[in-house]
Each structure stands twice: as C-alpha cells, then as structure tokens.
Design a protein around this ligand. Structure first.
Ligand SMILES: C[S@@+](CC[C@H](N)C(=O)[O-])C[C@H]1O[C@@H](n2cnc3c(N)ncnc32)[C@H](O)[C@@H]1O
Length: 389
C-alpha cells in the first residue's frame, strides 16, 4: 500500500467505502462485491479497502476489538506484538514508574498503543514512512495520544525519556538459530540501549549466554504458547530470569527456584511446565511448587503426589503405565476401547501422527498418553488431563 492509498482510505469517501464493505462483505463472493463497488470507486481504492478489511479480521486474534478500527499491512501485522503481551509490558513499565517512553522501531504500533493506553507519554520512531503513518493513524483511531517520528533510530535523540523500548525486526524470520546480526536495529545498538533503562523484545530462543548478569530476561507465554522474551535493563531489571504466564500474569523467577530437583519415578500426577517456565530454566521451580521430582534430569516433566492447580504447568493424573512396544501398546489401548488418542512426548524420537496411524485404533473412548524417558528408557503413561482453571 502506498501512503497516497492510505490517505484515500482515510478520506470521507474511503471511510464510507470501508464501512460499506464491513456491512456487506460476509466472506462470500469477493469478486462480485468488488465488481459492483468498482463502478462507484477507483479500482485501487476498492482493492485496498478489501485488503484492509481482510487484515482487520485477521488482526482480531492479536488485537481483539481494537482491530476493527486499526489499519495494517500484512507484514507489519505479522510482526506486531499482540495486545495481551503489550498490555502486560506496559503495566510493568508503569509499575516501574515509567511515565515517558521512546519506542524505537514502533511498526504499526502494537507496543506503542498499549503503552499510551496505560497512560505513558509515548514517542515512536519508525523508518518505514507507511508504518509510521499507520502508527499515527492507529493512535488516533483508538483515541490515544502519542507522537511518531518517521526516521532511523540511530538518528534519534534518546535523552529525556524514562525508558526506551525496542522490538528489533528480524531480517530472516525463518532462521532457527538466533543471529544477533540479523536484527534491525543491530545488536550493538541494542547493547547501547541496555546501558540504561530499557526493555527489548527478542526471539524467545535467545541463548542464555547472550544475557549478562545485569539483564533481566522475561519469557512470556499466552494461553500456553510461548510468545517472546523481553530483556529488561538498568533500573527496570530486578531478577535474572522470569517466566510470565498470560492471561493470569502469574510470574515466577529464580528466587522461586531451589534448583537441583531430585529425579524419581512417576507418582500420581505429572506436570508439563509452561513453555515460558521451561525457557526461563525454571522447571525445578515447578517441581518445588508441586512438592515433586523430575521424571528425567534433562526432560521437562515433573511428577508429584498431589494435585496442584497452577498456571505454571498443565497437570495430568496418571492412571496407568503402559508398555512402549508398539504391539503391546496397541493391545493395551484397544482393550480399553480407546479410539481417539492424544499423544504428548518429550525426550523420545517418535512422531505422534505416525504412531497414531500405525496404532490404527478404533473405539469411542478418548485418552491421552505421555511418552517419555523413565530411568533412561522410553515409557508410556496413560493420563487424564486435569481441568484448567
Ligand atoms: C518487529 S517490528 C516492531 C513491531 C511493533 N513493536 C509492534 O508491536 O507493532 C520492528 C520495526 O522496526 C523498524 N526498524 C528496523 N530498523 C529500524 C531502524 N534502524 N530505524 C527505525 N526503524 C527501524 C522496522 O521497519 C519495523 O517496523
């Protein structure tokens, strides 16, 4: 989208067209509708409005009802921080007394909007002029105050703000290996920011050895899915490792972690720690929380004697231990009339879809199995997931 097209979409005629589309487009024949609209409006504007409507609908997952008044580009939406995570961050910034924030590389404003909504005075910097304009448009659409500068972050005066935030773009999002050089702005620029009060969003796979002692690394999950790591520095850093679990915002740190949990065989309950807890290296804190042990020193399963409801782990009641041999496993599952099987696994080299196919189960009963290592050997636990609260 060009800025001129965005401006046309924001004109009274463009807004009316978007409104009309919202009313009339029900996901049916886009072609017939756009043909009709093109008789009254320029083709480019109709195409842009249809794209915008589609993006708004996709964006609801990240932005909820805010999406219905915001504007996006596909890439910027993809890169934007979801509202729940941005709101949590903004809340922490407020708790630290941050009243003014410089957002370096603000995109279409995922984090900027949340900070502004939390009552923080915000200035965003964005080198892509269209995204900078979209961030302004989104602030205004949500009735929020803030300024957006179109330019390079390296040219921005960073003085006069309580804290800076950066969410660097990763040039090659498909890379599995964390490569600081692939960040824009660069890792060396980020290191400069970390000399003061900053928060930097990074890929959750960031290696722990890149985090020096002065940095607080917070892994954040939402609904059981790992979303990001946030690196807090200066007076914003408290502990070294933190796991935050949304939507409850429950938080666990190394101070909850006695470390060195004992390893032991399966007890009445098995717990699968949240991915934020695992990345933060706090699995042994979950073992302490449930009064249990690890099933294996290198595998993130905890076992304990009691049912403990915690946001930091998904719990399962162990109902049986089954053989890992395929034939015997099939017989044990068939005997129980199990036709629908959820397979969870850690530390064993199997592909659940392949195993499920090979087991060729039929029956009405549903079941969950956990395949993991016990005393170095693969084993299968038949479990009942505890209801989540
Ligand atoms: C991951 S996105 C930020 C997303 C944003 N936090 C949000 O929630 O919408 C990173 C942004 O930084 C911008 N950027 C990258 N390098 C920059 C630089 N040197 N100066 C200014 N902006 C930059 C990119 O254009 C991109 O929009």
């Amino acid at each position: 989208m060009h800025i001129a097209t965005l401006q046309a979409l924001l004109s009274p005629g463009g807004r009316a067209l978007l409104g009309q589309l919202e009313q009339e487009y029900d996901g049916g024949s886009a072609l017939a509708l756009s043909d009709r609209l093109r008789r009254e409006h320029p083709a480019e504007l109709v195409a842009a409005a249809m794209t915008q409507l589609d993006l708004r609908r996709r964006a609801r997952d990240k932005f909820g009802a805010d999406a219905d008044v915001m504007m996006f580009t596909p890439d910027a939406l993809e890169q934007a921080t979801r509202r729940s995570v941005a709101r949590h961050r903004a809340g922490r910034l407020r708790t630290h007394g941050v009243a003014s924030l410089l957002d370096l590389g603000c995109g279409i404003g995922g984090d900027l909007l949340a900070a502004a909504r939390a009552g923080i005075g915000v200035v965003g910097v964005e080198r892509d002029p269209l995204r900078a304009e979209l961030a302004r448009v989104n602030l205004a659409a949500l009735g929020l105050r803030g300024e957006v500068v179109a330019g390079d972050v390296v040219d921005q005066d960073r003085g006069g703000f309580d804290a800076v935030f950066a969410d660097p773009a990763r040039r090659d999002a498909t890379r599995r290996v964390f490569d600081p050089e692939a960040y824009s702005p660069s890792w060396s620029f980020i290191r400069e920011l970390q000399a003061g009060a900053s928060c930097v969003k990074v890929a959750p796979g960031i290696p722990h050895d890149l985090l020096d002692d002065a940095i607080e690394a917070e892994w954040v999950s939402d609904g059981g899915e790992l979303k990001e790591a946030a690196l807090w520095s200066g007076r914003l850093a408290g502990v070294r490792r933190r796991a935050t679990v949304l939507p409850s915002a429950a938080t666990m740190t190394e101070t909850d972690n006695p470390g060195g949990a004992v390893v032991g065989g399966p007890q009445a309950f098995v717990y699968e720690p949240d991915p934020a807890v695992i990345r933060a290296g706090l699995v042994t804190a979950v073992a302490a929380l449930v009064g249990g042990t690890l099933l294996d020193p290198r595998i993130a399963y905890v076992t304990g004697p009691r049912r403990v409801d915690t946001p930091f782990a998904r719990g399962y009641q162990v109902t049986d231990t089954l053989p890992f041999r395929e034939k015997a496993l099939r017989a044990a599952l068939r005997e129980r009339g199990i036709g629908v099987l959820t397979i969870k696994k850690r530390g064993v080299d199997i592909t659940p879809e392949v195993l499920r196919k090979r087991l060729a189960l039929h029956g009405d009963a549903t079941a969950t199995i956990i395949i993991t290592r016990l005393s170095g050997k693969a084993a299968v636990l038949l479990v009942d997931p505890l209801p989540t609260r």
